[in-house]
Design a protein around this ligand. Sequence first.
Ligand SMILES: Nc1ncnc2c1ncn2[C@@H]1O[C@H](COP(=O)(O)OP(=O)(O)OP(=O)(O)O)[C@@H](O)[C@H]1O
Ligand SMILES: [Mg+2]
Length: 393
Amino acid sequence: MAVTEPIHINTRIRENAQSLASALEQHLLKSFAPDARKQLRLFSAGEAADLLGISPSFLRKLHFEERVPEVHTTPGGRRHYSATDLLAIRRILEDNSRTTGTYLKGRRDGDKVQVLSFLNFKGGSGKTTSAIHAAQRFALKGYRVLAVDIDPQASLTSLFGYQPEYDFLHEGSLYDAIRYENPLPFSSIIQKTYFPGLDLAPGGLILQEFEHETPTALRTNIQPPFYARMAAALQEVEQDYDIIVFDCPPQLGYLTMSALCASTGVLITVVPNMLDVASMSQFLQMSADLLDVVSNAGARMEFDFLRFLINRYEPSDGPQQQVVAFLRQLFSSEVMTSPMLKSTAISDAGLTQQTIYEVERSAFHRATYDRAMESLNAVNDEIETLLQTAWGR
Ligand SMILES: Nc1ncnc2c1ncn2[C@@H]1O[C@H](COP(=O)(O)OP(=O)(O)OP(=O)(O)O)[C@@H](O)[C@H]1O
Ligand SMILES: [Mg+2]
């Protein structure tokens, strides 16, 4: 019998890495024009009215009375709005409103910036998906948002149309703003995105260095210590934003701890099956122990809220329903009312590095698309209420 030739695992993995990288590059080139970065689609009148928080008939009236600038109109007379149009209309509405903060609901004097962490050490529980949809929806609703990619895998950065393995390989990622040696100002790593009002602090593999360097930094007592570095770095830019969204890596390392210590709200994404729930139990225990340690070292531990966000929910799945019921009984109001439904529209959009807010409805089965959109909007609007409540409104 022929003996299997041993493979050199390092050579094989390197070959795999190279063929994957070039295939991905081809895929990206096919998905987007080579030099043009991603662009945002236009929104229908119905979507525009929903995002502005007014009725479609009021929006039509605003156009009829020429109180807002005209927008792109199809030969059939349908209006389509860019995100920039929406922002311009929002500002006009706000300027003419009797109560401030009706159309621009961001923070006011004295309100602190809201910093949201999407967290769980379980891989694939939907941290990146929920973080990017939240960041995009908040930006479309007129908030000034900064999305921070804390994950060395840099999935969030890829979803914004970057190739982290090329674009920020040597410079320009979050690592440069939090590293121990000569950190750069946070403002120098911020990228504008194709969503008006939404900026990105890109991640990248180099963030892994922060995990490696922290033990030495602790020994040599470099200040600020790891748990305070994210908050300290963000101080320079936080006045420019209403909401900061952290996409955390699937591990409880120094990066995640630093993100947690800079957060005001935490969302733990959980897939409702027993294995995931069991691993979440270990995750919660470990988090609490680690937080005790940093808290004793002087870290701030005051949060406005902590919620469990159920993801990939299939309402017709009996065992899932039981797990959700179990979680609700255990954590009551800490489980968000709206779950994120499992949807092929979400995963298919992800295949072309897009979100539900970016893809065209016509590219999907209508009912599938609408269900996914409805579910994500409900989740994000619930989070928005938590933020508004934290601001005392
Ligand atoms: N509600 C959903 N319905 C269908 N697919 C989903 C849903 N949420 C996430 N996915 C898909 O599952 C995969 C993993 O999701 P995501 O990357 O958001 O998880 P993650 O927690 O950020 O993973 P990691 O721990 O690796 O960072 C992605 O391909 C995403 O498109
Ligand atoms: Mg992720």
